[in-house]
Design a protein around this ligand. Sequence first.
Ligand code: CA
Length: 263
Amino acid sequence: MKASVSAILFSLFAATASAAPCSNTSAGFDAWKADFAKQAQKAGVGKRGLQALQSTKYSQSTINADRNQKSFKLSFEKFMQIRGADTIVAQARRKKAKNPNFYGSLEKQYGVPAGILLAIHGMETGFGGFMGDSSVVSSITTLAFDCRRSEFFIPHAIGALKLVDQGSITIATKGAKHGELGHTQFLPGNALRYGVDGNGDGVVDFYNITDAMASTANFLRQKGWRPGVGYQQGQPNFAVIQEWNAAGVYQKAIANMAARIDG
Ligand SMILES: [Ca+2]
């Protein structure tokens, strides 16, 4: 009996699994893309998104970056020093002073204080100074195809194609090596889900500072940010900062810098 049950399970699995397998090299990327296009279409991706998928190229630089990720265990002090925390805080304080109404209206709408948004902006891209040099769609599609973390990246690849459909990005849009995009480096699936049109021009554009900041505030709010409540370690909103980035030292850095920016 056991054997026949597992035989049935196996055939069910084989019927639902994608016909083109993942790979640890570029071999088979085009065949996989053809299969993935069917999956994307079923998930609701439209014509523009599918065209972008067709134009993607296997991104060897993304895979090289992925393989070279080192798990770093820096102390908090060392991390702050390496990331230039003092400079970020000083720049952020100037930006806030220059544009108090902008940050004030974001806090009014989403409950997230300026310090948090500016600390994230400074940490992620140096306030938009460098937002990446890899094609977002090619990078994220390559990671969906790569065997190491297909399951994690497939929804983000679908998200990227839907962002193309809605006019937020194109095949030419550049981001970081893992497809992170815009001023605060959203992964595409998160961009799709939490993006908002902050400046009201009809496009959710993560390379526009107003849209990017509003989207970041919206992400934090949707993840449970509570207005007027503390965000240092041990306080309720620290859990929301943990949703932004998985690294403990990064989370503490954001909370520390935010308090100094708003202080
Ligand atoms: Ca907009």
